[in-house]
Each structure stands twice: as C-alpha cells, then as structure tokens.
Design a protein around this ligand. Structure first.
Ligand SMILES: [Zn+2]
Ligand SMILES: [Zn+2]
Ligand SMILES: [Zn+2]
Length: 141
C-alpha cells in the first residue's frame, strides 16, 4: 500500500484516518473499478461487515466514492477530486461490461449540449451503458 497517497486522499476529503479506511481506500485505488460491500468483504478477509458498511457510508458522504445500483446491489466507485461532503459532481457515464461484469466510470464522454424541456430542473443525472469493455475487447493486431 502507498500509505502516503492513501492518507493524502483521505485528508483531501476531510476524512479522519483509520486503519480500516486506509485498507478500503487502497482497494479502490489499486483496482479502479466498482466494488460492492460483498466484494470488499471477500477481498478484505477478517473485516467486519458493519464496519465496512459504515466505512463506505462515510466515504460516500464525504465525496470520496459514489454508489450506483446494479442488479439489486450497490456498487461503489471512486469520485473525482471535485466531489466533497456537500456535492457530488459525478456527471459521467457508467459502463457495465456484460463479459467481466465490472462497472467503470467513463469521464471522457461528452454530454455537453444536452437539452431538457423547459420547467424541469435537473438535480442528478445518471448515465448507464452496457456492452463490452476495453479490457474484454480483443486487441487489434
Ligand atoms: Zn462523487
Ligand atoms: Zn469487461
Ligand atoms: Zn462513476
């Protein structure tokens, strides 16, 4: 674990550093993909489910991760640095791969110019796509 980097990330979001929080954040930083509570439980053996759950909730409240509902479980992904305890700015597309069953955040999709009918105020926008991810697409020779 890059302890310094992990602690810096926690400090950036005003999250008090604990051993458990460092472990959980490290998993997210290393894999850069979505994890559910159950996933984390199996990765971090000897961890207590309710502590893990509280850790995820704290991370979400502080703008470190954002959750998406998928097949009746919540998957969590790292936020970008702009998110904080007040607001999440995760206006990006979530891509679900049908092959490896992993979800990734796609920041590089351009949604500028989206138009909504007059009289509607958007407070949250969710984009979900599914298909075959980069990892699962055979490399062009
Ligand atoms: Zn966020
Ligand atoms: Zn895939
Ligand atoms: Zn995302």
């Amino acid at each position: 674990m890059n302890s310094k980097l992990v602690e810096k990330k926690l400090e950036l979001k005003n999250i008090a550093i604990t051993a458990m929080r460092k472990l959980v954040l490290d998993v997210f930083l290393q894999h850069k993909k979505a994890f559910s509570l159950a996933d984390l439980e199996s990765i971090l053996e000897n961890s207590d489910r309710s502590t893990l759950y509280r850790t995820l909730k704290t991370f979400e409240q502080k703008g470190l991760i954002h959750g998406i509902r998928e097949n009746n479980t919540t998957q969590y992904l790292l936020c970008n640095d702009a998110c904080d305890a007040e607001n999440h700015y995760d206006f990006h597309l979530h891509f679900y791969c049908n092959q490896c069953e992993k979800t990734t955040c796609l920041e590089d999709v351009d949604f500028e110019g989206l138009k909504f009918p007059k009289g509607f105020t958007i407070q949250e926008l969710k984009f979900v796509a599914n298909g075959i991810c980069k990892e699962c697409t055979p490399k062009m020779q």
